[in-house]
Design a protein around this ligand. Structure first.
Ligand SMILES: C[S@@+](CC[C@H](N)C(=O)[O-])C[C@H]1O[C@@H](n2cnc3c(N)ncnc32)[C@H](O)[C@@H]1O
Length: 309
């Protein structure tokens, strides 16, 4: 992301497309509209931070990033993640939603070509292969968390009678919609969506396959996500996740960290404990190559777990 000014003007988000259509222009009455952001000052601070970081001056970069955060507390530029990556602040528990939304809206059009084409991203196809071998379904209802442009929906379409998707980025959702693999698409934050399944029709609030491929790199603490997923998963439901693995020279104190690539990475032991705590039993954990990064394989893991009970 280079220009935070091209992000959305209004950080308010709707929980679902239907809600969006019905709600008109008004935001929730109890949520205060934040004061307008000085976009030019924000762009100056952000770009000065990037430049300082590039020339190896992390303390100077951190000053500019803090200024950007002061100007835009919703943090569309993701400077809180950058501050953590350069070791100048504790990592936020997850990437700020306004940042994720801005980042993926800006990159939606090139996402498939860049990730699948240039960077050999193949988590959805890999997941399909492992599900076919280990838990072939068929599944009545799948929920794709952070569905992006719909690669997982397309890969798993014929294993599932119904597929719903949720994502923060309207640009990504538009492409998922065009792909035609989803019965319903919702715009919103994954944990908020899981906690308010009434956004979906009543008979959809229990899913028997819940998928999040390449979404945990935008979340640190996964406990809220897993706890909320457990609450809407049918007994015996399958949960499928992919993670990125922390670089060996960086010891994640909490079991997760913001890596130098600005994405969150999780230790296997942390994920296993968090899954168990939420009531999921892993039945397949595999080291995978998530994508390439400057020609080098980016290591990660695929987790398949079953909802107990
Ligand atoms: C790298 S893309 C992966 C998309 C898709 N799952 C795939 O495998 O192709 C990450 C997606 O997750 C979405 N995302 C990240 N954090 C999210 C959150 N907390 N709630 C909803 N969507 C989120 C982003 O908007 C983006 O579309």
């Amino acid at each position: 992301m280079t220009d935070p000014r091209s992000g959305p003007d209004d950080p308010r988000r709707e929980a679902g497309r239907e809600a969006q259509a019905e709600s008109g222009a008004e935001g929730p009455p109890d949520r205060a509209v934040p004061p307008p952001v000085d976009e030019e000052a924000l762009a100056r601070a952000y770009e000065a931070g990037l430049a300082a970081e590039k020339r190896g001056a992390p303390d100077e970069a951190a000053r500019f990033y803090r200024e950007a955060l002061r100007l835009d507390p919703a943090d569309r530029c993701g400077v809180s993640v950058r501050l953590a990556a350069i070791g100048r602040a504790d990592p936020p528990p997850g990437a700020p939603p306004a940042y994720v939304e801005t980042l993926f809206d800006q990159h939606a059009e090139i996402f498939d070509a860049a990730l699948v084409g240039a960077l050999s991203y193949r988590a959805p196809m890999l997941l399909r292969d492992r599900l076919e071998r280990l838990a072939p379904g068929p599944y009545a209802r799948m929920l794709d968390l952070g569905c992006g442009t719909g690669l997982a929906g397309e890969a798993l379409r014929d294993l599932c009678a119904r597929i719903d998707g949720v994502d923060l980025s309207a640009g990504m959702l538009e492409l998922a919609d065009e792909r035609g693999a989803y019965d319903e698409l919702y715009m919103g934050e994954a944990v908020e969506f899981l906690r308010a399944p009434d956004e979906a029709p009543e008979d959809e609030s229990q899913w028997d396959l819940i998928v999040a491929t390449d979404v945990l790199p935008y979340m640190g603490d996964v406990a809220p996500l897993l706890e909320a997923a457990a609450a809407v998963a049918a007994p015996g439901a399958v949960l499928a996740l992919t993670t990125e693995t922390p670089p060996p020279d960086l010891a994640p104190e909490r079991g997760w960290l913001v890596a130098p690539n600005h994405r969150y990475a999780h230790r296997e032991s942390y994920l296993r404990a968090a899954l168990a705590e939420a009531g999921f039993s892993p039945f397949h954990v595999e080291d995978i190559v998530v994508r390439t990064n400057e020609g080098r394989p980016e290591p990660g893991q695929l987790f398949l777990a079953r909802r107990e009970g």
